[in-house]
Design a protein. Structure first.
Length: 203
C-alpha cells in the first residue's frame, strides 16, 4: 500500500510567514497554441519540502550534492500527538540511515492560520538523540522544527547533514506499520525544494 504524505500545491497552499506564495500562470492554451502549459512561481520551502544543510549552515551542502539514496529508506513513525517524548523515541527501534517521521496532529490545521502560529517544536534532546542514532532524515507534519530565534533545531540536524522534511500529512496512517519512505525533492542546487513524499507499507 502506498500512502501519500505530501500536501497538495495550488493557489490555496499556505506559505510560511514571509515566504512567497505559489502562483501558476498560463504559458500555453489549447485555443491559441494547441497545448496546455503553465509557468509556476513558489518558494523553495513551499508545501511538503526538504531542507538541505545550506538552508541554515554557511557552506552547507545543497540538495543536488546529496546522494539520491539518502532520500529513500526505512521509515519510523513516532506518535508526538501528546508532545515530543524521548522515551517514546527510544522505543521506536531507530537505526542508522532511518527516516524518522513525527506525527504531532498539526497537519489537520494546514489551511488554518493557527498552523503557522501555534505548533509543537522539537526539543534539543530529541534532535541530539537523532544525531546520535545517525538517521538520514527527520520529517514533521508542522511548518518548522523551530519556533525560536536562531533556528537551533534546524542547526543541530542540518550541521550533521540530517535533512529535514516539513509540512507532511497523513502520518497517522503509518501508526504501527513497517514502511519505507521515498522523499524525492526537485534536483535543485539550492537550500531546499518541494518534494513528493510517499510511504510504502510493507505487505
Amino acid at each position: 500500500m502506498i500512502i501519500d504524505l505530501s500536501v497538495h500545491i495550488d493557489d490555496r497552499t499556505p506559505a510560511y510567514p514571509g515566504d512567497p506564495h505559489f502562483e501558476a500562470r498560463v504559458a500555453g492554451a489549447f485555443e491559441h497554441d494547441g497545448y496546455e502549459g503553465h509557468s509556476i512561481s513558489m518558494g523553495t520551502h513551499t508545501g511538503t519540502h526538504i531542507d538541505a544543510p545550506s538552508h541554515m549552515i554557511p557552506e552547507g551542502a545543497s540538495l543536488n550534492m546529496t546522494d539520491i539514496s539518502r532520500f529513500v529508506g526505512r521509515g519510523r513513525m513516532v506518535d508526538a500527538t501528546q508532545g515530543f517524548s524521548l522515551d517514546s523515541l527510544k522505543l521506536a527501534d531507530i537505526q542508522a540511515g532511518d527516516i524518522v517521521l513525527f506525527d504531532t496532529g498539526t497537519s489537520a490545521r494546514f489551511y488554518d492560520a493557527s498552523y503557522f502560529e501555534r505548533y509543537p517544536t522539537m526539543p534539543p534532546d530529541i534532535a541530539e538523540y537523532l544525531v546520535g542514532r545517525q538517521v538520514s532524515m527527520v520529517g514533521l507534519d508542522t511548518c518548522s522544527a523551530d519556533n525560536t530565534p536562531g533556528f537551533p533545531i534546524h542547526k543541530i540536524l542540518l550541521s550533521r547533514d540530517i535533512h529535514i522534511i516539513e509540512n507532511l500529512t497523513n502520518l497517522a496512517a503509518l501508526a504501527h506499520q513497517e514502511f519505507r519512505v521515498f522523499a524525492l525533492p526537485l534536483n535543485l542546487s539550492l537550500d531546499g525544494a518541494p518534494a513528493r513524499v510517499i510511504a510504502e507499507i510493507a505487505a
